[in-house]
Ligand binder design. Structure first.
Ligand code: NG1
Ligand code: ZN
Length: 539
């Protein structure tokens, strides 16, 4: 298709205020682009163009979330939303990289023209891109840059303001499905379905303490909690914005340091606590341990196990003909604790599938089941129900309470992406229906001690992995050395991979004791440093 010369001129002109900083090479990583916020104007503008083109191509609404998630407050980034509410399809990631790295306004304009021609899309055209941001001070300015990109293809940029990442994904999904799609509809849907799931069970009683990472989750949970006032769920919000975003608090801090977050000193040992990250798409439960500053964690693996149990209970209560043959799959990454994978396989009898890191891979794999449960150990995940399964439950819901409850679960759990707020309701409902405290949940299995380290190298792309990132293909010889180190650790397992969100190589190790896991991680980090061009002193 011929692209009118005017669109090229319009793109080049509109691009002028959004120059690519010299030497900046943005790269679409595990979840979009990330960098310090002051580098990102051009990236946002260009993502605006991209998502406008995607809206034109699909003739549906797309979305842009401006957030750097669990990363430090001065960073920012962008997550791109498909019409389905899922993450940008992988084929378009190449366009994202190409546009983000165009070296001049003219090069950008010609790339945009090329993209439109290749995709058979006419611009200017009509459509909408929804744009939201987290609480970072750089958010509104970057949202304006993205909006300028959207408008230069003639589409409407709908400024949605402050939202959690999963809320924006949910709103895009719901709007394209022609369902109620406002922020208020989100709270009403989740709260209504939660009440249906816990009807007839006794409230857990104690308060749930929530670490909001000083991010957007605070104000949004406050609104959700207001819808739950009559559902026996009392929430005490901490780190609601008075301190630094993700600073000494939040799910990532907890997972890495296993230390109590800031402002939890007065919370009694054993209390039910949870933490989210800066854009509220990750969830971790925890409890303060006796006599110290440490926390016992209930991570994504444990949330996956609890979800699988809830599903097993509900599915087994369906009429036998319907219960038979429901395919439930649990999807994990190599970061899943070995003890959790074993529990799921041996005790729950569910299939375990391993994919590379990044929810886009987990999410895609989860679609292959009637019910696909995926959680990264870091607490990012959800439960996906196939359309056919939901349709079957709808047919049965009049005569089967379990079917109606499975339908409600499909509403509580965000079907677009992992969502910490919906995850809280999932966990609360699962515990409450079983009448369980944290003790019973903890007793399901004992985590193998593990350790994560980071190694800085000159160029992390020299590390190439295979087998869902569990083995190193290059540099040659590194995997053999890792294998030798692992062989020396009781119940040892270790792997390394280049991060998709930070300029580091990540090292993971687990073993029978914490000391053995620490030693193995350190040994493997030294191997990476020596064989993959480590920068600075050896770890
Ligand atoms: P990278 O930096 O690629 O390891 C991290 C997380 C991912 C995922 C993304 C997106 C770990 C080890 N990695 O990716 O699981 O959540 O960030 O936020 O936690
Ligand atoms: Zn996040």
């Amino acid at each position: 298709m011929a692209v009118p010369a005017s669109i090229e001129a319009a793109v080049a002109a509109a691009s002028r205020p959004y120059q690519l900083p010299a030497g900046f090479r943005p790269s679409y990583g595990t979840a979009g682009f990330r960098a310090t916020a002051d580098l990102l104007d051009s990236t946002m503008f260009r993502c605006g163009i991209l998502m406008a083109a995607r809206a034109l191509k699909t003739r549906q609404i797309t979305g842009i979330c401006i957030t750097a998630s669990h990363n430090p407050a001065p960073d920012n980034g962008v997550k791109l939303v498909e019409p389905s509410g899922e993450m940008l399809c992988q084929e378009w990631e190449a366009y994202a990289n190409e546009l983000a790295n165009a070296q001049s306004d003219e090069e950008l304009a010609s790339q945009v023209a090329g993209l439109l021609a290749k995709e058979g899309v006419a611009a200017p055209g009509a459509g909408t891109v929804m744009i939201g941001h987290d609480t970072r001070p750089s958010g509104p300015g970057l949202a304006a840059a993205a909006a300028a990109g959207v408008r230069c293809l003639g589409l409407e940029a709908q400024m949605c303001g402050l939202l959690t990442t999963p809320q924006l994904h949910w709103m895009v999904m719901s709007r394209n499905r022609g369902e109620p799609c406002g922020e208020g509809d989100y709270y009403a849907a989740l709260a209504g379905a939660y009440k249906q799931l816990v009807a007839g069970s006794t409230s857990l009683g104690q308060t749930l303490y929530m670490d909001c990472a000083n991010g957007v989750g605070a104000s949004k949970m406050r609104e959700l909690a207001a819808h739950l006032a009559d559902a026996g769920l009392a929430v005490d919000l901490r780190n609601t914005g008075e301190g630094v975003l993700n600073g000494g608090c939040g799910s990532d801090f907890l997972q890495k340091d296993r230390q109590l977050p800031a402002n939890f000193g007065d919370v009694p040992p054993g209390a039910r606590c949870c933490a989210v990250d800066g854009d509220a798409d990750r969830l971790m439960y925890f409890t303060p341990l006796e006599g110290g500053s440490h926390a016992l964690l209930f991570d994504g693996d444990r949330i996956a196990c609890l979800s699988a149990m809830l599903l097993r209970d509900l599915i087994s209560a369906l009429p036998p003909a319907a219960a038979q043959g429901v395919r439930v799959g649990i999807i994990q990454t190599a970061y899943a604790n070995g003890a959790a994978s074993r529990y799921i396989r041996d005790n729950l009898g569910c299939a375990v599938e391993v994919t590379p890191t990044g929810v886009k891979y987990l999410h895609e794999a989860a679609h292959h089941y009637d019910v696909g449960v995926y959680f990264e150990a870091n607490g990012h995940g959800t439960v996906l129900f196939s359309r056919a399964f939901l349709e079957q439950m709808k047919q049965l819901s009049g005569k089967s309470r379990a079917a109606a409850e499975l339908l409600a679960l499909g509403v509580v759990v965000n079907q677009a992406v992992g969502d910490a707020l919906s995850g809280i309701l999932l966990v609360e409902a699962a515990l409450r229906r079983k009448g369980w405290g944290l003790g019973q949940w903890a007793a399901l299995y004992a985590d193998l001690p593990s350790r994560q380290l980071k190694v800085t190298v000159a160029d992390r792309t020299v590390i190439v992995t295979t087998d869902a990132e569990t083995r190193v293909a290059e540099p040659r010889g590194l995997q053999d050395a890792i294998d030798a180190a692992v062989a020396g650790a009781p119940r040892g397992r270790s792997f390394v991979r280049p991060s998709g969100t930070e300029d580091v190589v990540r090292v993971y190790a687990e073993a029978e004791s914490q000391a053995a896991a620490d030693d193995l991680a350190a040994a493997v980090a030294r191997l990476v440093h020596a064989q993959a061009g480590g920068v600075g002193p050896a770890p």
